[in-house]
Ligand binder design. Structure first.
Ligand code: LLP
Length: 430
């Protein structure tokens, strides 16, 4: 058996058993599961607000703009909580820009990132007058200049520089090595800044990086910051004066037994790189703010034996939470009801109902006895969970609930089969 209470404290401190039932704050997750009648995400908003505050406190005294990476969790309930705390937003598409603006984000706190922005998206960003567009290639720099000139405006830009640093994270989410598709080559950056400084439609405001996600050691961030700082100084000597030092996101969380750096240690690393220059630090954290604060709740459909393996079949599947299938990512799975002290735990594979062998959440996990109708929660599922959901196998997109104390409500309502069908059509010539 595993120590469930200790697991929660280490991984998902907003969640705890009260009277033997798993709660988010003071709300029993069963109440949410009853209403959802299927898999559902639940987010503890206080924990999200606190994580944001931890970032803000760690940078106290240093001008800092924290732009929450909306891609991690785009639930409007979550976004509004962060906006109320004063957060800016990091968006990576026209869709995210529209979502952020509709939730009330002010454009002068929005940074637009992304490796392949279309002209339409660049135009939308300029029309909205966002704070900064992070440019990722020479060709994009030229296109943005043209779009801005055609509108008679100057685009406030940073170049996302690829510092050629390994973030020491999963291959699939590493972004800062020279051959990763992200950013402009370090060796090209100086020339590109000089071109940008001369271009009529561009106004260089900052320098940016993002070396990867789920970073577990600040040494990688320190190395990347040092390279960015070298470039900053060279540019200053060249007469290109910048104001913003954008370090991206990437700070890791605990999923299993990792010991990610504290927010303070991360902040100290960044502060040390800019201590003697006049700049605004920009951050784009996603996972660290929302990851621990979310769970995916699933219902047990039943169990079977596959050979000699105990298999627990859930009503949640890889369309609801794709991280295990896509990255072999680990999510702890805990029962919503605290098992009896003498319950016999055995190893089990935990799977979803989708017709694919990759629709498997865990191999040989120690699990208590579970019967049909019992429920489990996947921990640390607040980041890159619901946002990566799909409707594969005719499974309506996973609903999302937000919790604060005893209050909870859906922030994305359960979708019906009619919702699934709506918007589809077939031409009459079939
Ligand atoms: N800024 C930029 C430019 C990014 O590309 C990302 C994440 C972030 C900020 C936020 O990073 P965070 O603080 O959340 O690590 N789906 C993957 C993670 C992909 C991350 C993509 N970029 C996963 O489930 O682990």
């Amino acid at each position: 058996m595993i120590d469930l209470e200790a697991t929660l404290v280490g991984i998902a401190p907003a969640f705890a058993y009260r009277d033997g039932r798993l709660h988010a704050d003071a709300t029993p997750l069963d109440a949410i599961a009853d209403a959802a009648n299927g898999p559902v995400y639940a987010y503890a908003l206080n924990a999200i607000a606190e994580a944001y505050q931890d970032f803000a406190d760690a940078f106290a005294g240093q001008p800092t703009r924290i732009c929450y990476a909306l891609k991690a969790n785009d639930s409007v309930g979550v976004l509004k909580t962060l906006l109320a705390k004063g957060a800016g937003v990091d968006v990576v598409s026209g869709g995210e820009l529209a979502l952020a603006l509709s939730a009330g984000a002010s454009a002068d706190k929005i940074v637009f990132s992304g490796v392949g922005k279309t002209n339409q998206e660049l135009a939308d960003a300029l029309d909205a007058a966002v704070m900064q567009i992070n440019v990722e290639s020479e060709a994009e720099l030229e296109r943005l200049n043209q779009v801005a000139v055609s509108k008679g405006v100057q685009a406030p830009i940073a170049l996302r520089v690829n510092p050629d640093v390994d973030a020491g994270t999963l291959d699939a989410i590493s972004t800062g090595r020279a051959t990763d598709k992200f950013g402009v080559n370090y060796g090209d950056a100086e020339r590109l800044y000089q071109e940008a400084a001369r271009a009529p439609g561009l106004k260089p405001m900052g320098i940016a990086m993002h070396i990867g996600s789920q970073i577990g050691d600040v040494a990688h961030s320190a190395a990347a910051c040092a390279k960015l700082r070298t470039l900053w100084d060279r540019l200053a000597a060249d007469g290109v004066t910048l104001r913003r030092f954008d370090v991206g996101g990437g700070l890791g969380i605990r999923y299993k037994d990792e010991t990610p750096p504290s927010i303070q240690a991360y902040a100290d690393t960044i502060r040390a790189a800019v201590v003697d220059i006049d700049c605004e630090v920009m951050l784009e954290p996603g996972r660290r703010i929302v990851g621990p604060a979310g769970v995916l709740i699933a219902n047990v459909i039943g169990e079977k034996m596959a050979g000699d393996h105990r298999v627990i079949i859930l009503d949640a599947a890889m369309n609801d939470l794709i991280r295990p299938a896509l990255y072999k990512a680990w999510h702890e799975v805990v029962p919503l009801r605290l098992p009896d002290a003498d319950a016999e735990w055995t190893a089990a594979d935990i799977v979803g109902p989708i017709c694919e062998s990759t629709d498997k959440f865990a191999d040989s996990r120690m699990m208590p006895p579970l019967a049909a109708g019992d429920r489990v929660a996947f921990l640390a599922a607040g980041a890159y969970g619901a946002v990566m959901a799909s409707e594969y196998n005719g499974r309506p997109r996973t609903p999302e609930a937000v919790v604060q104390g005893q209050n909870w409500d859906f922030a994305r309502k359960p979708r019906t089969y009619q919702d699934l069908i709506r918007g589809q059509s077939a031409p009459d010539w079939i």
